[in-house]
Design a protein around this ligand. Sequence first.
Ligand code: SF4
Length: 65
Amino acid sequence: MKVHVNLNVCQGHARCEDICPEVFGTDAVEGKCVIHQPDVPPELEDKARLAVRNCPEGALRISSR
Ligand code: SF4
């Protein structure tokens, strides 16, 4: 499972980071989402899915590869 962010849509709430900091972070300059682990390890998939569902801007997307 892979996660992707659309930075044109991300507003930098960092809700994704709050929910799954192993995968998502916040860029110190832009204040927008950075993805630490685009290839999400199996043990983090549930947490990463929750973060994607909770992005208020719909900026995050999941793909299978
Ligand atoms: S929750 Fe969504 S809008 Fe907020 S920082 Fe994460 S990707 Fe960006």
